[in-house]
Design a protein around this ligand. Structure first.
Ligand SMILES: C[S@@+](CC[C@H](N)C(=O)[O-])C[C@H]1O[C@@H](n2cnc3c(N)ncnc32)[C@H](O)[C@@H]1O
Length: 341
């Protein structure tokens, strides 16, 4: 970790993450249907592959959100008030988005502390080295942690106005109940007046959504297959990667893209660290990810059920994506929603 211009707090050590990965693989490959949680995509190789995905022409999500932040970053940051504040980012990625929020604040000589929270030390390393070059005077405190412990640390150690960023439709990987519980937890860690900026992918033409997860270069397939490679590397598995294929499809009933790794033949895989052999039938899937696509109604409901007031919505020019601004209400707060600007 580049410490030249940042502090780094490690709440999730490598061995904690390895233990969690082992438990997930053991439980996920023992159940029927088999599953592996998408949070485990992001080892170093997975984080690098995700950065490649964000540059794919088919993966419109990153370009749409960048368009919103470039166009409206200054307006979004004006909602946080005039004084010094904390900018917390959950699952921060490589920093290419956050600079469009940070730069307008620094240009006005305002002060902020930026606190990215991410499980992936390698993603935070890439972010840190980028920010050290881009904004050497920015106060950055990286937190290598799972979202919940990271948020708890913030709650017990930080004072002052806070804006939390949860960009890139990261929430879309949570099922409905988990999303509401998580957003409630975020709100409970904040004070009245604090803000959550949440980037969500909207429902649109099905072919556009499906193409985003089926790029012609096969990068998304590699990103998913890296889960099996990670098992081979870290847990002594003997997956033959060529015996699996990636498949993803839009589920109109749940309203999201579902991704799978499918066994191409009858096979057995031994995982040394688990001392277990897992059997696969031909065509048997491992469910790897749900990427939810939101309707406006769902977004309003999620905000209110988790105790926020929806304050403003910023869209890209095609209305593919929204950055929705939610405020923690005060006791007497009855803010009317602002329309899109
Ligand atoms: C899809 S990437 C999004 C990156 C960035 N926010 C963007 O908009 O492009 C998800 C990031 O969240 C992190 N992440 C996923 N699940 C996490 C969890 N439970 N706790 C902490 N970080 C997590 C991953 O390591 C990864 O860097």
């Amino acid at each position: 970790m580049d410490r030249a211009c940042t502090d780094c707090l490690v709440l999730a050590e490598d061995q904690d993450e390895l233990r969690a990965f082992k438990a997930e693989v053991s439980a996920g490959l023992s159940c029927s249907p088999k599953r592996l949680h998408s949070r485990f995509f992001y080892d170093k190789a997975g984080s690098d592959l995700f950065r490649s995905i964000t540059r794919l022409p088919e993966y419109y999500l990153t370009d749409c959100e960048l368009e919103i932040l470039r166009k409206s970053g200054r307006k979004i940051m004006s909602l946080v008030g005039d004084g010094q504040f904390n900018l917390v980012e959950l699952g921060s990625g490589d920093g290419s988005k956050v600079i469009h929020l940070i730069d307008p604040v620094l240009a006005e000589n305002r002060r902020l502390t930026y606190l990215p929270i991410d499980l992936s030390a390698s993603a935070l390393e890439a972010l840190t080295s980028f920010l050290c070059r881009h904004s050497p005077n920015l106060d950055v405190r990286c937190i290598v942690a799972e979202y919940s412990p990271g948020l708890q640390w913030i709650k017990s150690h930080l004072d002052g106005p806070t804006m939390v960023l949860f960009l890139g439709s990261n929430l879309g990987n949570f099922d409905q109940a988990a999303a509401q519980a998580f957003l409630t937890e975020v709100r409970e860690g904040l004070a009245p007046g604090d803000l959550l900026v949440i980037g969500l992918d909207l429902r649109k033409d099905i072919d556009t959504m499906v193409r985003a997860y089926n790029d012609s270069g096969g990068v998304t397939a590699e990103f998913n297959l890296n889960l099996l490679r990670r098992i081979n590397r870290q847990l002594g598995g003997n997956f033959d990667i060529g015996n699996f294929r990636y498949y993803s499809t839009y589920n109109p009933q749940s309203g999201g893209i579902d991704s799978f790794l499918i066994s191409l033949r009858c096979q057995s895989v031994f995982i040394r660290e688990l001392c277990t052999t897992f059997d696969f039938e031909p065509g048997e899937p491992i469910y790897t990810e749900h990427s939810h696509k939101y309707s406006e109604t769902e977004i309003r409901r999620l905000a209110s059920q988790s105790g926020f007031v929806l304050e403003a919505s910023f869209y890209d020019s095609r209305k593919y994506f929204v950055d929705s601004i939610w405020r923690v209400p005060g006791v007497t707060d009855h803010l009317p929603p602002l329309t899109d600007r």
